[in-house]
Design a protein around this ligand. Structure first.
Ligand SMILES: [Zn+2]
Length: 497
């Protein structure tokens, strides 16, 4: 059985998840579900990076003296959020877990045995927002451009990892595997960074209480990025990962430091690393100080998890920056989900119930229509293979749009009086199209797909089912009900936290 291992970044726990985190995790979930539906042995890993100084700061701000108790309370909130959004992860790693510490030790040991760890002095800048050393020429007005904060000046005696030793190997791998880093703009960014000269990296820090202590030297704590990256190796049987999904601000850690660590320790490299863009809210960076941090739970409660999933995937071209606004979400819900998809499905199912006693009628299969639909499903598959998830969902909606046009053009409500066979054939084909939609929607909108499956009286067990019109005359459908309700403008609240 083909295996498929997919990861999200592990997130910092200085706050609860916002829609930016939800976005990455939802996209990963779509791929995990799609590969499962194709019968593959899927492992989907997500989790939390708890060993950051950010955790300590946030815990103190919130009056916790026990940092672990704070971490536990936050982990609970993250897990709840993913449950609300229908995230079907197979494992949830927390870096304060003992199994993770053992894993980090193992990797550290292997790299040390390779002779790639040495003691040295780091003198320079450290951005606590990035949890990384930063150089003078990366600053804008003396501040880290990502965090708008002045970095700390530090002089530390640390252990270093001989990353420079792997420069040519990493570069060679990137150049001979064009799909390794995607999209292309990110790949070019990494290549030019490496060509600009690759230095060794400090992988431990002194005087840091919280975190994983360095093996054989408890005065040092392992640098939180070295610590975090190791999480991906946790499901050893599934390594190498098929895809690491990341955001573009953590590109270098994943595309340079991580491959260097793996090469040193003698592991295979991940197959693909895909960096998506930033999500803004109403064209502004998501930030606590701007007060535009939207809680996904609020959106799920007001709309639904599937509506949010649909919106984020459809609105943002995967790999590019994108914008969230509740207004655009409502427009897509009303104009696309309710008017196109919901309308088509409801017309077909209620007509079948009212005029054919809830049975898919006897009729003639429209081979041309079936072939056209099959072609679109194949296109969805090709787009998903290329990680073009937004275009795949767009194509899926084209199937629903074609369904509406088809239903409209054969006018079964008129034909039923003069040419009942024509009406029956129309419904036979449209019911089959509803089934195709029900299956194809499963990775994107799992609850909607399950709801449709119930109304249609079918079970979704494999992606193959999206490829044929195999719903037979005489098939009994369930009780039709509306799948999407429009939300009007006057009901537009805005809740931020
Ligand atoms: Zn920073």
């Amino acid at each position: 059985m083909a295996k498929f291992y997919i990861t999200t970044p592990i997130y910092y726990i200085n706050a609860v998840p916002h829609i930016g985190h939800a976005y990455t995790t939802i996209v990963a979930d779509v791929f995990a579900r799609w590969h499962r539906l194709r019968g593959e042995d899927v492992f989907f890993l997500t989790g939390l990076d708890e060993n950051s100084v950010k955790t300590v700061q946030a815990a103190k701000e919130q009056g916790f003296t026990d940092i672990q108790a704070y971490a536990d309370s936050l982990a609970k909130l993250w897990i709840e959020a993913w449950k609300l959004l229908g995230i079907s992860y197979d494992d949830f790693v927390r870096t304060t877990q003992e199994r993770h510490r053992r894993n980090v030790y193992e990797l550290f040991k292997r790299i040390k045995e390779r002779g790639d760890i040495y003691k040295g002095v780091y003198e320079g800048l450290y951005c606590e927002g990035c949890e990384a050393y930063i150089t003078e020429d990366e600053l804008v007005d003396g501040k880290c451009p990502l965090h708008q904060k002045k970095p700390k000046r530090v002089r530390e005696e640390n252990y270093f990892f001989k990353l420079s030793k792997y420069r040519d190997k990493i570069l060679g791998h990137i150049e001979s595997n064009p799909g390794f880093i995607q999209p292309e703009a990110r790949r070019n960014e990494v290549v030019s960074f490496i060509k600009g000269g690759l230095k060794d990296v400090s992988i431990t820090r002194p005087k840091i209480e919280w975190g994983i202590k360095t093996p054989d030297d408890p005065t040092q704590t392992i640098w939180v990025w070295f610590d975090a990256l190791c999480n991906y190796l946790l499901p050893q049987d599934y390594w190498p990962a098929d895809i690491h999904f990341i955001a573009k601000d953590i590109l270098r850690f994943h595309c340079i430091v991580w491959p260097g660590m793996l090469l040193s320790a003698g592991y295979e490299l991940p197959k693909r690393i895909f960096a998506h863009g930033f999500l803004t809210v109403e064209r502004k960076k998501i930030s606590k100080s701007l007060g535009n941090v939207i809680d996904p739970a609020y959106l799920v409660e007001k709309y639904s998890a599937d509506v949010l999933r649909y919106f984020l995937i459809r609105e943002v071209s995967f790999g590019q920056d994108g914008d969230f606004s509740e207004r655009s979400l409502r427009t897509r819900l009303n104009d696309e989900l309710a008017d196109v998809l919901g309308n088509f499905v409801h017309r077909v199912l209620t007509f079948t119930r009212d005029r054919f006693g809830g049975e898919v009628p006897e009729g003639k299969l429209d081979k041309k229509f079936e072939a056209e639909t099959h072609e679109r499903v194949q296109k969805i598959e090709q787009l998903l293979e290329k990680l073009k998830v937004s275009q795949a969902l767009e194509e899926l909606m084209t199937i629903a749009k074609r369904g509406n046009e088809y239903f409209q053009s054969c006018k079964p409500w008129e034909a039923i009086k003069s040419e009942p066979e024509k009406a029956a054939s129309c419904l036979l084909n449209c019911a089959n199209l509803v089934k195709v939609l029900c299956v194809a929607l499963a990775p994107f909108m799992p609850s909607t797909s399950a709801n449709l499956a119930k109304q249609l009286g079918v079970k979704v067990t494999s992606w193959e089912q999206a490829r044929q019109f195999d719903l037979k005359p005489g098939h009994q459908i369930g009780k039709p009900s509306v799948i999407f309700t429009k939300v009007e403008a006057n009901n537009l609240g805005s809740k931020v936290r």
